[in-house]
Design a protein around this ligand. Sequence first.
Ligand code: NAG
Ligand code: NAG
Ligand code: NAG
Length: 936
Amino acid sequence: MKPLLRDTGEGRPRHYSKLLLAAAASLFLAATLFFHHKSNPHGSTRHRPMHADELLKTCKARNVIPGPPSDFKLRKVSDRFAPGTPATYVKNATIWIGRSEGTYEHGGILLDKGIIVKVGHITAADLPAKYETIDAKGAWVTPGIFDMHSHLGVDAAPELLGSEDTNSIAGVAQPWLRSIDGLNTHDDAYRLSISGGVTTALILPGSANAIGGQAYVIKLRPTAERSPSSMLLEPPFTLNSSAKTPLLPNRWRHMKHACGENPKRVYSFSRMDTQWSFRKAYNEARKIKEKQDKFCAKIEAGLWNEVSDEYPEDLQWEALVDVLRGRTKVNNHCYEAVDFDQQIRLTNEFKFSISSFHHAHEAYLVPDLLKKMYGAPPALALFATYARYKREAYRGTEFAPRILSDAGLQVVMKSDHPGLDSRFLLYEAQQAHFYGLDSDLALASVTTTPAELQGFGHRLGYVKSGYDADIVLWDSHPLALGATPKQVFIDGIAQLKSPYSIKKPAEFQVAPKVPNFDKEAKDAVKYDGLPPLLPSNKAVSAMFTNVRKFYGRDSTGTSITSQEYAEGGSGVVVVVKGEVLCKGLASECAEYRTLYRDLEEIDLEGGVIAPGMLTYGGPIGLTEIEAESSTSDGVEFAPISQKIPKLIGKNPLMQASDGLQFQGRDTLLAYRNGVTAAVTAPVHSGFIGGLSVAFSPGAVNRLAKGAILKKVAALHVTINSYDEQPSVSAQIATLRNLLLGDIEGDIGKYFRMARDGEIPLVVDTDNADVIATLLDLLDEVSQLSRSKIKLIISGGAEAHLLAKELGQAGVGVILTRPRPFPSFWSGKEILPGLPLSKEGAVPALLANNVTVGLGIKESWQARNAWFDAAWVAIEAGGTLDKETALGLVSTNLEKLLGLEVETNQDLVAWHGGDVFDMSSKVAAVISRTREQIDIM
Ligand SMILES: *[C@@H]1O[C@H](CO)[C@@H](O)[C@H](O)[C@H]1NC(C)=O
Ligand SMILES: *[C@@H]1O[C@H](CO)[C@@H](O)[C@H](O)[C@H]1NC(C)=O
Ligand SMILES: *[C@@H]1O[C@H](CO)[C@@H](O)[C@H](O)[C@H]1NC(C)=O
């Protein structure tokens, strides 16, 4: 039997008629069999076995494609209804209904018994006797977010050995494993993800194995039973029964596959081995399926004497047999053309469909190949800008969602939580939209599309009557950056107890008008995923016209100021050799047209000019592909736990400057997104991090003019309890000794400089107790040596707990995770921000006079510095202006890292909008040090 096409909206009516047909056919078959049995002329020697009816039922049920009961839409109470939940009337909402309903409508939503009872015009007659009212005041409402790739619960936060249950290394193809068996109910992230609007998730086992096992769909809310099982949504009947008693209609099953690097690195040896493990496993399943089909053909023909008494079955392989029968949604972690090709061959060899390829960083290069999938083309589950972390992600592009959807394929945005924090899954959709994916498809990519793909289109993914009461009220249009839930309902239960929210300006209540990236998207394909990123157009002098605003620096250079031009943006800025010679109204700078005949005219169409940003952290400039050591400077010696070769000298200290690599893709993408300076410390896993360097990400090599902005920026130390380090107290003791003792070599020299305040000391730690100890140590050292250490905390997840003390001690903080997550035990006391806390960490620290900067943890994040800073400003409501926010990724970092005022003098010209608007993109970088203008 040909597997049913994917469970899309269009497929559904056909699906029901199939069920009806199947029912009619089986009635007919039953009648024929009855007759046949009675009048068997050959007089079989054996009687029908006692459980013949059972066997016939099993045979009849074996190919039934899953789907809801035919009366599902008539339900009045959800199977997940929690008794006692009040009805809720949400009035005056702006409702995004779901994909292909086209638009939205204004009106009310009535939730009762776990179901959306009515949407639109709700009258007194519709309302039950008792209900609660929420006045949405026109706010946007969407269906709850469905994360189609999550490890919530199986890779729980904070990360502890005791709760990590994502991967089995017992075998390479293990369809019998089930993610539900490892689902921890104490993951800190459930609550956080709900606060981002995530209501449902497909919990996949990890990707270490070719066949990692069965996946399960959960709703994230806490249940009265507090058990993993009670979180499941429509679990297949195989969950607690291995009996083959047919239960109609069947429910969808879900399965994880993986190909490419992960299974190759973790369990198998090469892609060839992985593929063989697939073929072997599927062949096993095929043999069982064929036995079953033969068995059923016989008994359905009444030939009981020609078969044994038992239905052929194998508990280990039955799940894979259900894949071959088209009753399982296969989710396949797969990146490259070579992997898709291999997998698509597999589907055609064994005749099954893969519902979606996940990660799929090269999918946009091979849409025609994808369409050769057996049955129906797969959907693609993607990240927005998270790429290049390993070879198979190297050709990833932010334009993939748009290119694939233009090619007629379905696109889903997913988190791979905790790969990305699923709390911010909507941000992935926002970025996909920013880079060209249609707005309705972008919203559907985290709601309707995943719900339908996984077989839940009958109850999830829409705000329509009859659907589950899973809805989110947003504080802005959901595609506007920083959109935050004001309330989240799951099964009709309000999930946020006393949510904090802010009132966002009118421009946030509509979908952002995003820039045009047609050329960039074309180039991504044209250059096979590696379009040139070095700006090819350069100018010496230019006149920028239609400038709306000019952000500059105050006289000390340490804070951002701004000057607005007339409404409509009629300012002009003239730049020659990186120097701004004139800025003002067109008339004020007109003479420069005659003075400089070769002025390049660049129309910013209402854009702005602003200081270039600075990125701090990650191995930016030191590593091209994080998982490939040969593309990297490597990992530094760990002097307190490792033997150091003598030849390198006594107590050496590594300088990041010596390992710098230019023209890396993350580096250039950062540059193209307005980051004109980067500070990076040597990659290390031990306590001593070495000396960071400040460099220009736009430079072609280190010898180019202006490439190295400051050879030695700061001294770096990491204190934590999870890398392979001696105890935290041993690390602190080492630090004390290095600051106060008389140590030889570079280590001694630079720690003395740090003690005397000649170089900033950056300590990477998230933990409040460690930070408090450091403040104490600061006191101790300064009393003994009358020194003035310039201490900076980097990481800083728990720094907000000591905001006052940090402010008083003059210690700055660089938050390397601008939107915090409790990754580790030592950093789990985060200040989550809206809607869970009134303010976020940045305003809390700023209010205590702490100098705060935003940093990164991985190189690819550098390109998103402006999203990060904008988000902080948006979340802070009116309390933090754009100048201050820009300072978080420029002047504050410069101040903290002791970079001289001249270090980052580059300016960035933004086209089409203000610096943090989702309507603007970088048009040019004006480099003073390099005396040129790079035109993007
Ligand atoms: C809905 O809320 C908006 C914003 O508060 C308000 O202007 C409008 O009048 C309200 N509409 C109704 C029908 O109450
Ligand atoms: C076990 O499965 C049956 C259906 O096969 C279902 O009715 C029942 O609720 C399940 N029990 C649990 C605890 O999930
Ligand atoms: C921050 O600094 C300002 C200006 O020096 C001062 O007025 C204010 O009291 C300080 N705030 C705190 C919380 O220390």
